[in-house]
Design a protein around this ligand. Structure first.
Ligand code: SER
Length: 341
């Protein structure tokens, strides 16, 4: 069997680790990883090679590699990006641009489109007021795309860059047969929750942080108000969406950018679930104005009907299945607490 060649950037992050494990389980892929950090134990031995360092400077290394698919996950998340805006722009935009140029070059030179899978985010949206957020409900891909954050601006712009390099780079006459170009596919992820890893530097982090703290019997001070509502998804569903979009036939795709969603719940819903599952923990609310502002600008929910229609997207975990069949059993195994559940 010919192995497909995949690159995962930001491989040491939450999505990267879960994706590297999934590709290893699936088989048929020779995976090269890159990250500023060394590989964690969870994926050591699962990948063929790890290139450690700053992606912006390391991209040139990859010009000699023949990748069928690139998962470009490396990013500075929303809370961190808001503090160090220039650095975030460099990582999120410059890194993406460098990698898109590489994929565009290889696609055209070898006449084979490199697939470029890009995790975008609910941060690409910007709701002007809490009233607008409430009344908008589940937003579609083209609506409310006026991000309030550096991270959201970076993600939205990189979606545009991906479409540019995948469709228009080289500027052929509109009637001319276009050259072979990279195949850019983006997912706008909601907040993601893994039972195995914790996020860092994001703003949806209060969900996973609260649950992991409670599972360890630790109290948690939540940095957003109890009524704060956004959409979340189990990490296995995020990986499933990446794999399904990667394999979707080109002719089925009516767009380059897709929302994916699973369940939209409030911080208070998280608290109730955490207290029900784990005895003797306290969850309090101590909103941080800056982080509250970020999450208030994100929609309560996203409409993923385009993904459902084009490539049969459907999450495996709604909120009940997420807690009962994924998070709680895995987390109890990990931290060894039985709790009340
Ligand atoms: N989870 C990300 C963050 O909080 C949003 O995509 O920054």
């Amino acid at each position: 069997m010919t192995m497909k060649r995949a690159l995962i950037t930001g491989a040491c992050g939450e999505i990267g680790q879960a994706l590297a494990q999934e590709l290893a389980k699936k088989g048929g892929y020779r995976v090269v990883t890159s990250d500023i950090a060394p590989l964690p134990d969870s994926i050591k031995g699962l990948t063929a090679e790890h290139v450690q360092g700053d992606l912006v400077y390391k991209v040139k290394v990859f010009y000699d590699y023949d990748f069928d698919v690139i998962f470009h996950l490396a990013a500075s998340l929303s809370s961190k990006a808001e503090i160090a805006t220039e650095e975030a722009h460099r990582i999120n935009v410059e890194g993406t641009m460098q990698l898109l140029m590489l994929a565009a070059y290889r696609s055209e030179k070898y006449g084979k489109p490199v697939k470029f899978l890009f995790p975008s985010s609910i941060a690409a949206y910007g709701m002007p007021t809490l009233d607008a957020k409430k009344s908008a409900g589940a937003v579609k891909e083209e609506d409310w795309v006026s991000p309030h954050t550096m991270y959201g601006c970076n993600k939205l712009y990189c979606e545009k860059l991906g479409i540019y390099y995948g469709k228009y780079f080289g500027q052929k006459h509109l009637d001319e047969k276009p050259p072979v170009m990279l195949d850019f596919r983006a997912l706008r992820f909601p907040g993601l929750i893994s039972a195995f890893t914790l996020p860092s530097g994001g703003t949806s982090d209060y969900g996973p942080e609260m649950l992991h703290a409670a599972a360890q019997g630790k109290n948690y001070a939540c940095f957003v108000r109890p009524d704060t509502k956004i959409s979340f998804m189990a990490m296995p569903d995020a990986i499933k969406s990446l794999m399904t979009l990667m394999d979707a036939p080109c002719e089925k795709l009516t767009a380059n950018v897709y929302n994916v969603a699973a369940f939209a719940i409030t911080a208070e819903d998280f608290r109730q679930r955490a207290l029900k599952a784990f005895a003797n923990v306290k969850v309090t609310f101590e909103p941080n104005p800056r982080r509250q502002g970020i999450v208030d600008s994100w929609p309560e929910d996203v409409d993923d009907s385009r993904a459902r229609k084009d490539w049969n997207w459907k999450p495996d975990y709604d909120v009940d299945r997420f807690f009962e069949e994924y998070f709680l059993p895995e987390i109890r195994r990990r931290y060894g607490r039985q709790g009340r559940g």
